[in-house]
Design a protein around this ligand. Structure first.
Ligand code: C2E
Ligand code: MG
Length: 292
């Protein structure tokens, strides 16, 4: 019975309408996942998580944004990638408290920078689709409270929602409208990898498209990747949206994107994600540069 329940859990995780036969590896996976879940919860309670900040720049290389990315250093496993622990948090429901922590941290840090006399650019926080659904306290209420608590102007906060999460789901659009009404910027993350209809893109109050890094990676070698990026940029412009391209790793990619008229750039070519201290140094340097 236990093995059947394990297979059922795996089938649920893998998608809808699937049949799974039990395999001996499942129990091991489940055991690992349980121990990881416990440790993630503990990290959340005891300060084992932190945010790093990746600069976003305009075509002149000027800082225009800050992507806040969660990091977890686990005692046993070392740095665990968000690519591993975010899906885990989503499966287990921990994403609700993790998401609240990230929002709180990002807003608190904005305020700290302001109190230090610095002018931080907007901070972009990732929001999992799950955070828009079925939470005890709606996301829009949490965001309004966080802005209020830290005395932060709404245009200093951006929310990134993945394309696959936002658009096909009915019942999310009301929450998206309420978030937009607060005045925060709403961005679609990983654009091009989901299956959003153009109709919903146009209907929802989305301010920005972030084009997925897969397209960037293939930009110089694939004519179809170039065509997709060019088309997405044109569409965004005509719909009055800002654009940002992720995963820019080379000068060649940056030049190509500039030619296509992209507004914002994020990637290792400009900067890796930075620890708070390093991002602060960047803000100080930028302010001294503009003063002098
Ligand atoms: P994302 O929001 O698309 O963030 C960009 C990811 O690409 C980051 O990985 C960043 O380190 C990486 N990256 C930046 N520039 C380059 C580049 O030039 N080349 C390559 N190959 N990669 C680059 P990271 O930090 O591992 O995050 C992965 C994903 O995990 C994020 O993708 C986001 O979807 C999710 N994530 C991270 N933090 C959070 C969070 O606080 N909440 C939620 N819900 N998701 C998060
Ligand atoms: Mg993102």
């Amino acid at each position: 019975m236990r093995q059947a329940a394990t297979a059922l859990g795996q089938a649920h995780d893998a998608g809808q309408g699937l049949v799974m036969l039990y395999e001996s590896g499942f129990t091991e996976t489940l055991r690992l996942e349980l121990s990881l879940e416990g440790r993630l919860q503990q990290a959340l309670d005891s300060g084992g998580l932190r945010l790093v900040h990746q600069p976003q720049v305009d075509r002149h290389g000027q800082l225009i944004g800050n992507a806040a990315l969660a990091r977890w250093r686990d005692g046993e496993r070392g740095e665990v990638s968000p690519a591993a622990f975010i899906p885990l948090a989503e499966r287990t429901g921990l994403i609700q408290s993790l998401g609240r922590w990230v929002l709180e941290q990002a807003c608190a840090q904005q305020r700290r920078w302001q109190l230090a006399g610095l002018q931080p650019p907007p901070v972009a926080v990732n929001v999992s689709p799950r955070q828009l659904l079925a939470a005890v306290t709606p996301m829009s209420t949490l965001v309004a409270a966080a802005l209020e608590r830290h005395g932060l102007a709404p245009d200093l906060l951006e929310l990134e929602i993945t394309e696959s999460g936002i658009l096909p789901i009915t019942g999310v659009s009301g929450e998206i409208e309420r978030l937009a009404a607060l005045g925060v910027t709403l961005a679609i993350d990983d654009f091009g990898t989901g299956y959003s209809s153009l109709e919903s893109l146009h209907r929802l109050p989305i301010n920005k498209l972030k084009i997925d890094q897969n397209f960037t990676a293939n930009l110089t070698t694939s004519a179809s990747a170039r065509a997709i990026v060019r088309t997405a940029l044109t569409m965004a412009r005509e719909l009055g949206m800002q654009t940002l391209v992720e995963g820019v790793e080379t000068a060649e990619q940056a030049a190509l994107l500039e030619g296509l008229g992209c507004d914002g750039y994020q990637g290792y070519h400009f900067s890796r994600p930075l620890e708070v201290e390093a991002f602060t140094a960047l803000l100080v340097q930028r302010q001294q540069g503009s003063a002098g």
